[in-house]
Design a protein around this ligand. Structure first.
Ligand SMILES: [Fe+2]
Ligand SMILES: [Fe+2]
Length: 510
């Protein structure tokens, strides 16, 4: 007599667990082999690039957003270039399915801005998982949350991974108390905020809707609304497939990406989209060309009608800068208005010091974007109440160099990048990251540096209470002419004094 057959329902119960283990084993195996693609995109360190305007004095919006999408990649724990490459593949799908120019434009910006709501859940991810939000979010994008087994496996792997076992257990219990609603909450926060920001940036409603629904799955197991099949906007279906394909291609090359597409065909992905990719991948060397996409310039001509952003007025750049400043500020509750307030202070200080409006605008833009590189810093560091370990200090201090690398390629905004990236430099050379000294620091950089410190001193931090304006000015004056420039500090003092008689005081100025 042979072994009794396992009843079919019991096999079904184990299938998700086996598939989850198969995913893990496959990714690990492939990562050890030569099949893992090797290209500039594999590096997590930002690559230096040079981006030029298409015509004199004007930046195309496609180029600006493609360049800034690299900041969102870092916030999601992906290497720079993830969104650009996903955009290239998504636009291919748009072509194969015959989308018209308007739909292609919506798709283009939705692909690049898919993660613009990234910081809306960064604090919660760190809080609930007790881990680096960036690595947890990168895993969240590839984990299959459609079964309890996979969810449990994911939670065990990702929760407080470096903490002692007792803390891990406590964190897991805390995570478990949130139940399956946590995943929906995290996705909802990111997608809803992302859609709002796409609207604020001025792109059409279908682009915002595409971002809102990008985590919906073909079989209805996605989030936040559990939409099914063609209820999900086509653009969202394209984005989900493109971003997942990019990640699996990077993890394990052609074999990995085609395997995940087949496995999730009809569950996560629209079967017709999967078939289109697999058919084109047969003869077109699709993945070879995919691997050559590393640079924003390689996708900027895929927007049928990019907006022209005149570099002389900076008005449009300030609007875009305001949105990205909001993305940075939303990452931590302790700095929820830091970039925008630093920008307002910097522009007013520039005006008090007699600089013209265009110069004040450039300084204001630099201040809006000065901490863009903080999107690459874990919230476990940004929100830490105690002193930072040396490795954590290094990660934190890297944010100025990353700000520079994100902004410098945007010709003709070179001096904006310089000002933004120098906000922690000091006259006496004690700052970072290039340890510049007085004569090497631009006037704008000195203004942003003073505004940055003033806003920090007058705001609560996890490790201290906020100072009032007078205490902050007194602290700044101790440094005047030594580490921080005296003139911007005097301008700030003048602003504080002039606000004393106003009904809302200094708050009215900022
Ligand atoms: Fe900073
Ligand atoms: Fe700052």
């Amino acid at each position: 007599m042979g072994r009794p057959a396992v009843p079919a329902p019991a096999l079904w119960a184990f299938t998700p667990l086996l598939q989850a283990l198969q995913d893990l084993v496959q990714i690990r195996d492939l990562a050890r082999r030569d099949e893992v693609p090797s290209c500039a995109c594999m590096s997590t360190s930002p690559a230096s690039t040079t981006v030029r305007a298409d015509f004199q004095g004007t930046l195309p919006s496609s180029l600006v957003i493609a360049s800034l999408s690299r900041a969102l990649d870092l916030a999601e724990g992906e290497p720079m270039g993830h969104a650009v490459r996903a955009c290239w593949l998504g636009m291919k799908l748009g072509d194969w399915f015959g989308l018209g120019p308007e739909d292609r434009q919506d798709l283009f910006y939705a692909l690049l801005l898919k993660d613009v709501g990234c910081s809306a859940n960064a604090y919660s991810v760190t809080h609930w998982f007790g881990a680096d939000d960036r690595s947890t979010k990168a895993q969240l994008k590839i984990a299959d949350w459609s079964s309890q087994w996979r969810t449990v496996l994911f939670a065990i792997r990702q929760t407080a991974p470096t903490a002692p076992i007792t803390r891990r257990m406590a964190q897991l219990v805390s995570l478990g108390s949130k139940g399956p609603g946590l995943a929906s909450e995290l996705v909802q926060a990111r997608c809803t905020r992302g859609a709002e920001l796409v609207r604020e940036l001025g792109w059409a409603e279908p682009a915002a809707e595409a971002v809102l629904c990008l985590d919906e799955h073909w079989n209805g197991s996605g989030r936040p609304r559990g939409l099914k099949g063609e209820e999900i906007p086509l653009l969202s279906r394209i984005i989900l497939l493109s971003q997942t394909a990019e990640i699996f291609w990077r993890l394990g090359g052609r074999r990995s990406v085609e395997s995940v597409l087949r496995r999730r065909r009809g569950t996560w992905f629209d079967p017709q989209l999967v078939d289109a990719v697999l058919i084109h991948a047969r003869g077109d060397k699709l993945w070879d060309r995919f691997g050559t996409i590393t640079h924003p310039e390689q996708v900027t001509n895929l927007d049928p009608h990019p907006r022209g952003i005149p570099s002389s007025t900076l008005a449009e750049m300030l609007r875009i800068g305001q949105v990205f400043a909001g993305v940075v500020d939303a990452k931590s509750p302790w700095t929820s208005t830091h970039s925008t307030r630093t920008a307002v202070l910097s522009r007013r200080m520039a005006a008090v010091m007699g600089l013209d409006e265009e110069e004040a605008d450039r300084i204001g833009l630099a201040a809006l974007l000065h901490d863009l590189g903080k999107l690459a810093v874990s919230n476990a560091i940004l929100d830490k109440a105690g002193p930072l370990e040396p490795a954590e200090t290094m990660e934190m201090q890297a944010h100025t160099e990353i700000s520079y690398q994100l902004l410098a390629p945007l010709w003709p905004l070179g001096d904006v990048a310089e000002m933004a990236a120098s906000h922690h430099e000091r006259l006496d050379g004690s700052g970072y990251h290039r340890h510049l000294r007085g004569p090497d620091l631009t006037f704008g950089a000195q203004i942003v540096a003073v505004a940055d410190v003033f806003d920090a001193l007058t705001s609560d931090r996890p490790y201290r209470r906020a100072m009032d304006n007078d205490q902050a000015i007194a602290e700044l004056r101790k440094t005047a002419g030594r580490s921080l420039a005296a003139e911007p500090i005097s301008a700030l003092f003048e602003m504080v004094e002039s606000a004393r008689g106003m009904p809302d005081g200094f708050a009215a100025l900022t």
